[in-house]
Design a protein around this ligand. Structure first.
Ligand SMILES: NC(=O)c1ccc[n+]([C@@H]2O[C@H](COP(=O)([O-])OP(=O)(O)OC[C@H]3O[C@@H](n4cnc5c(N)ncnc54)[C@H](OP(=O)(O)O)[C@@H]3O)[C@@H](O)[C@H]2O)c1
Length: 386
């Protein structure tokens, strides 16, 4: 085990933390941690925002004032600068490799918005040669969300590797992806298409329909239309005879947004007895604005809505993905880099967040999330220069 830091790595570094809800973020100094035998030390150069950042910063989700600072960042991309002397098992990355991954924000050693992180090796993916770090950092948080929600909450199979000749049992079942232009939605469409699911109904603004069809959506619907739920049900009724499905009209629903009025209420008109509805948590009862804090709920069944008896509601919690030992061990090492290298999954389009300092970029990214600026794109920003 290496107990000291490699030459050239500073003993302390900058990190960005939430201190008090609805108050500015703070730049803090953290010790740089030498890697234990199963860990890798990484110089972080890029991160990407997730709406969770806003749920934490404005909603105080998951931290309380007076607790140790909660460091931002569920993803990182950067360069390996330290390996333990005797990695166990042997490391799948080498010094100077470009890497990226999904991490737990608030976890001081690994949270993504700090210049150096020390992460378990099973949270490190090697960058494929066909994409940049800036592109790669859009992927981990929501690609793992796709795998976790589809397999755990919708109970659909995504075997890895895909056995030769394998076809999903639900090949023709309608799978409704509401919020398909969100980062989660874009990855879900691509993953389900690749695994052979052929009846993917995507709900997004009309401007995204063409690109969603290219990614694999079978049919697209615009949630800005007042009759969107009627249109979806009419389409499913019409095509049901062709695909020969029985049971609920839409058996699988992934709500990639989790908004009480924006997504859940319309979905109550679609979900029936036996439909599985997986909802991204937290449920947003009221979105944050400059003038008021958000109202968030972590239990989807407690949100008062009139669901049909027998509809199965599940709240998605991706931070528990490692309860599946296969994803814990192979998502970063194998699944994510392979899907990117083979071009099965395209990284999200990016919007670069500028700012003179790390703190300024972090704060500017939060402001963009608060004003709901991202549309079919991921906010990415520099943590440090190469
Ligand atoms: N609990 C978990 O495990 C977990 C994991 C990942 C994400 N999440 C949560 O899931 C949510 C989405 O995350 P994200 O990173 O994918 O967000 P995002 O990419 O920032 O979402 C922005 C997109 O949301 C779409 N949208 C907004 N309101 C909509 C509505 N009523 N119907 C359909 N689409 C709508 C917009 O679509 P248009 O451009 O088409 O207008 C926009 O493209 C966030 O609240 C996040 O915290 C939870």
């Amino acid at each position: 085990m290496s107990s000291s830091l490699p030459a050239g790595v500073p003993s302390t570094h900058e990190a960005i933390a939430y201190i008090t809800p609805r108050q500015p973020l703070q730049s803090i100094t953290r010790p740089t941690v030498p890697p234990k035998p199963d860990e890798i030390l990484i110089h972080v150069t890029w991160t990407a925002s997730t709406p969770l950042d806003l749920h934490r910063a404005d909603g105080g989700l998951g931290f309380k004032p007076g607790q140790p600072p909660h460091i931002m960042g569920t993803c990182y991309a950067g360069t390996v600068v330290g390996l333990p002397l005797s990695p166990s098992p042997p490391s799948h990355v080498q010094l100077a490799d470009k890497v990226f991954g999904f991490v737990q924000d608030g976890e001081p050693r690994e949270a993504g918005v700090q210049e150096y992180i020390t992460v378990p090796s099973n949270k490190v993916s090697k960058l494929p040669s066909n994409i940049s770090l800036q592109q790669a950092v859009t992927v981990p948080t929501n690609l793992i969300t796709t795998f976790h929600s589809v397999t755990k909450d919708l109970e659909l199979e995504l075997p890895w590797p895909i056995p030769q000749g394998w076809t999903p049992k639900e090949v023709n079942s309608p799978i409704l992806i509401w919020g398909a232009a969100s980062s989660v939605g874009l990855y879900t469409v691509q993953v389900l298409r690749h695994w052979g699911y052929k009846n993917l109904l995507a709900v997004a603004s009309g401007k995204h329909h063409e690109s969603l069809k290219k990614l694999g959506a079978s049919e697209c619907f615009d949630y800005n239309k007042t009759k969107v739920t009627e249109e979806i049900l009419e389409y499913v009724e019409r095509t049901r005879k062709e695909v020969g499905a029985d049971g609920p009209k839409v058996p699988f629903i992934l709500d990639c947004i989790g908004s009480t009025e924006g997504t859940l209420r319309p979905l109550t008109k679609i979900a029936e007895n036996g439909s599985k509805v997986a909802v991204m948590l937290p449920v947003i009862n009221v979105h944050a604005t400059d003038d008021h804090a958000p109202e968030l709920a972590m239990n989807v069944t407690e949100v008062k809505l009139d669901w049909e008896e027998g509809a199965v509601l599940r709240g998605v919690r991706t931070f528990f993905y490692a309860e599946n030992p296969f994803f814990r061990d192979y998502f970063h090492r194998d699944i994510m880099p392979t899907l990117l290298e083979q071009g099965v999954v395209q990284p999200n389009p990016q919007r670069l967040v500028e700012g003179a300092t790390l703190l300024e970029r972090a704060q500017n990214a939060l402001d963009l999330l608060r004003s709901r600026a991202p549309s079919g794109e991921k906010l990415v920003w520099r943590v440090a220069e190469e």
